[in-house]
Write a protein that binds this ligand. Structure first.
Ligand SMILES: CC(C)=CCC/C(C)=C/CC/C(C)=C/CC/C(C)=C/[C@@H]1[C@@H](COP(=O)(O)OP(=O)(O)O)[C@]1(C)CC/C=C(\C)CC/C=C(\C)CCC=C(C)C
Ligand SMILES: [Mn+2]
Length: 398
């Protein structure tokens, strides 16, 4: 939804899980397009292992991230599912603060409208409580991204990110540092939003400071989780799951994660040329090599058949993540479905535009025209009318 603006667990996840299980080379590849498992609430045993570049079998990023998904889902599981704002805590009336808080949320709305207009319009379809909360989350994400991508990015050090994280902990503890933090502080006191995805997003920004290449899709997946999958996990507690939905909370979170991953993969494919000009290549190095491509080819920016074939595979993968996200959207509360469908349809069309540009993402920026955006809105609306799952299938709650 118009995230075409300004350009664009932590420790829990890292060393703890990456134990050496075997020195044998893994025989399966979790991320081969044909074998990729569908999680849908249960994590298949085989896919939790993956070979690292040294040939050691380690816990895959997908498994590590899935553990976070389970934790997030468990946190809200007992919360009453609700299509209205009844689960929202009432305003705490501290004289003088109500007005300031309103101003803080209004400012978040303005930032949102300025940076991501279409997305902002989408939020207007939500209930007022949810809309304000999503604005506050949006603004925090945007500010976090600006730390490493904004005008002061060259001055940002890991310790600046550490300070940003302390500030995050403070706002979760009810001690916001500024007005925009105050809005988020209020949001997290009203909705069952956990701090972990926020910390993980900061971890993604740390990764951006120290890393400009990704050995394989397992590494890239973890990065995509940090910077975008987290957004899905932050948003679901605010958007709400439809009370009539019979699918598992885990599967809805999993779909939200998939939407974030799909968006980020799409972002990466759209911005190959732009990123290369900053010395960054977010494409899996092993897959580039398999396609007979090197970093030099990316820097030279010539569309060849090798490049087209490579891009086809990458686009196919991004579409798989969008597909995985689709069934989760239907499970969201009624008022949240339309904006999320619109976001999914619009972002996915960037992939179509990449194809229409004959895979030239070196000199062209794929974008969805206003006319196509307009056409997508009623389609998204139609999809938002599909009722949530009524049966306890493989998606069902355990
Ligand atoms: C069940 C189900 C499917 C629920 C829906 C869950 C949901 C709302 C998922 C949202 C997924 C989403 C929109 C992810 C954002 C992905 C994204 C664009 C990440 C960007 C990262 C950095 O990338 P980069 O620097 O390479 O890109 P730029 O050139 O800078 O663009 C981000 C920039 C991180 C910061 C993210 C934001 C500013 C977006 C935050 C969005 C929200 C909080 C609201 C999402 C809500 C809706 C309705 C889509
Ligand atoms: Mn960015």
């Amino acid at each position: 939804l118009g995230f075409t603006d300004s350009s664009h667990t932590g420790k829990v996840l890292s060393s703890k899980y990456v134990g050496k299980h075997s020195r044998k080379k893994a025989r399966w590849n979790l991320y081969s397009l044909h074998d990729r498992p569908k999680n849908h609430g249960k994590f298949p045993v085989l896919s939790s292992l993956v070979a690292n570049p040294a040939g050691e079998v380690v816990i895959s990023s997908e498994k590590k991230v899935y553990d976070v998904v389970l934790k997030q889902a468990a946190l809200v599981k007992d919360q009453k599912r609700s299509d209205t704002a009844v689960d929202v805590k009432p305003d705490m009336v501290v004289p003088g603060t109500m007005y300031l808080l309103k101003e803080a949320y209004d400012r978040c709305g303005e930032v949102c409208a300025e940076y991501a207009k279409t997305f902002y319009l989408g939020t207007l379809l939500m209930t007022p409580e949810r809309r304000k909360a999503i604005w506050a989350i949006y603004v925090w994400c945007r500010r976090t991204d600006e730390l490493v991508d904004g005008p002061n990015a060259s001055h940002i050090t890991p310790s600046a990110l550490d300070r940003w994280e302390l500030r995050l902990e403070d706002l979760f503890a009810g001690r916001p540092y500024d007005m925009l933090d105050a809005a988020l502080s209020d949001t997290v006191s009203r909705f069952p939003v956990d701090i972990q995805p926020f910390k993980d997003m900061i971890e993604g920004m740390r990764m951006d400071l120290k890393k400009s290449r990704y050995k394989n899709f397992d590494e890239l997946y973890l990065y995509c989780y940090y910077v975008a999958g987290t957004v899905g996990l932050m948003s679901v507690p605010v958007m709400g799951i439809a009370p009539e939905s019979k699918s598992t909370t885990e599967s809805v979170y999993n779909a939200a994660l998939a939407l974030g991953i799909a968006n980020q993969l799409t972002n990466i494919l759209r911005d190959v040329g732009e990123d290369a000009r900053r010395g960054r290549i977010y494409l899996p190095q092993d897959e580039l090599a398999q396609a007979g491509l090197s970093d030099e080819d990316i820097f030279n920016g010539k569309v060849t058949d090798k490049w087209r074939n490579f891009m086809k595979i990458q686009i196919k993968r991004a579409r798989m993540f969008f597909k995985e996200a689709e069934q989760g959207v239907t499970e969201l509360s009624q008022a949240s479905r339309w904006p999320v469908w619109a976001s999914l349809l619009l972002y996915r069309q960037i992939l179509d535009e990449l194809e229409a540009n004959d895979y030239d993402n070196f000199t062209k920026r794929a974008y969805v025209s206003k006319a196509k955006k307009l056409v997508s809105l009623p389609i998204a609306y139609g999809k938002s009318l599909i009722p949530p799952s009524q049966t306890q299938s493989s998606l069902a709650r355990a």
